[in-house]
Design a protein around this ligand. Structure first.
Ligand code: ADP
Ligand code: MG
Length: 410
């Protein structure tokens, strides 16, 4: 398989298993178990185990090869110190249920703490241990080499299967990979392979759909897509900053005034390069954002004061659909409206239905985009649903992902 952007080859799980006898060896696996939790009968429990299930093939593969596993992940946003609500206990329980096997877990101050070290040392051959939340240790986000050394001391090999965290240079994703023989897990390899089809000579026309709340979140990817895509469809609140740049009035729609000049420059660049940049002709507007609020459709560049655009309108949906019909490759990131509040899911659902029905290579990424897609039940009709929001955007942008770079064979 190809490396990130066709550079150094990536060492995969297959290579690791072919080149080394893992029987009785310890493997440290960085997983993305950053799952939502909810209050249950016996305290906190996993609310959505999609990310845990996504790691099962790599875990099974390594166990079948005879390895003893030490898993590590971050969960939520603790600030470099232990916090009860972010402990990995509920995740260990759920993983154990899914595997039908005990998953060892000990409440500790962090994955590199002395108690954690003793607990890992006592792991029986063939067992699975889930370490405490990596972000309980302030050294994680600092990509600290001492923390990485402690983690590396737990194992003979390192496998990174956390694509969703690959755009961060952290101790568990970057520093540790430089200390042990390393490989990409199955989920990581699959993501890179699927996303490479967007950056590596995509079938044309290549149409990108961008939505969501903020232009600032997607600026890098828009600028780099101006070099790669044939057309860019812009929906969501992002569109209104572009409408302002074109001299429109957008009422109370969500805008980023300090990005109007940037939006102007993007519109000019698109025109110079012959990239079609399609904004929503009309918007579904309301006076307040409420479920089943009274709505009215206005041109997106002529929304009266007191009204705000919360979804793309019917004409926009029709134009977006018509443009997508001709596409051979589609990348979609960001809902086209406030899909959480009906009826402002309408545009997103309609476009999801069109994308799912295309005879094209289709990729959807982004946490909210996936939630919106899941609500339509159409995810099986998309070629690749990326588990990494930020990581998939940075990959498409052409930025080196530190967690991937550290795995490249040298
Ligand atoms: P993703 O997680 O898929 O990358 P984002 O986080 O960038 O997507 O954007 C999702 C958010 O954008 C959603 O919470 C949605 O309600 C919001 N959004 C989309 N359109 C609008 C709009 N017109 N006004 C306000 N918020 C919007
Ligand atoms: Mg989001």
């Amino acid at each position: 398989m190809k490396g990130t952007h066709g550079r150094a080859p990536l060492r995969t799980l297959e290579h690791l298993i072919e080149e080394h006898d893992l029987q009785g060896k310890r493997v440290l696996v960085r997983v993305d178990f950053n799952v939502p939790l909810e209050e249950g009968e016996d305290g906190l429990q996993v609310a959505d185990d999609t990310r845990i299930r996504a790691a099962l093939p790599t875990i099974d593969r390594l166990q079948a090869a005879g390895a003893t596993l030490v898993l590590v992940s971050h969960l939520g946003r603790p600030k470099g110190a232990p916090e009860e609500r972010y402990r990995m206990g509920p995740v260990a329980r759920r993983l154990g249920e899914l595997l039908g096997q005990e998953v060892r877990y000990l409440k500790t101050d962090g994955p590199a703490s002395p108690e954690q070290q003793r607990y890992v040392e006592s792991a029986p051959s063939g067992s699975i241990t889930l370490l405490e939340n990596s972000r309980f240790d302030a050294r994680e986000t600092a990509n600290d080499i001492e923390m990485a050394r402690t983690l590396a001391s737990y194992a003979d090999f390192y496998v990174n299967d956390a694509f969703g965290a690959a755009h961060r240079a952290h101790a568990t994703t970057e520093a540790v990979a430089r200390l042990l023989p390393s490989a990409a897990g199955g989920l990581m390899s699959g993501e890179l392979e699927a996303l490479s089809k967007l950056t590596n000579d995509p079938a044309r026309p290549f149409v990108v759909v961008l939505g969501g709340a903020k232009v600032s979140d997607k600026l890098g990817v828009i600028e780099s897509l101006l070099d790669q895509a044939d057309a860019i469809i812009i929906g969501g609140a992002m569109a209104y900053t572009f409408e302002l740049a074109n001299g429109g009035r957008v009422g109370g729609s969500l805008v980023e005034p300090d990005l109007v000049d940037t939006a102007k420059r993007i519109l000019e660049t698109a025109q110079e390069r012959g990239v079609q940049l399609l904004l929503p002709a009309d918007s579904l507007c309301a006076q307040e954002l409420e479920a089943d609020a009274e709505t009215q459709v206005f041109p997106s560049n002529d929304i009266p004061d007191g009204w705000a655009g919360y979804d793309v309108g019917p004409q926009a949906t029709e134009e977006f659909s018509a443009l997508l019909e001709g596409a051979r490759t589609v990348f979609w990131n960001g809902p086209l409206g406030v899909f959480e509040t009906p009826p402002f899911h309408t545009g997103t659902t309609a476009v999801a239905t069109v994308v799912a029905g295309l005879d094209a290579y289709t990729v959807v990424g982004g946490g909210d985009s996936i939630a919106a897609l899941a609500a339509t039940g159409l995810q099986d009709d998309i070629d690749h649903v990326s588990t990494g929001g930020g990581a998939s955007l940075e990959f498409v942008e052409g930025v080196d992902l530190p967690g991937v770079k550290a795995l490249e064979a040298d």
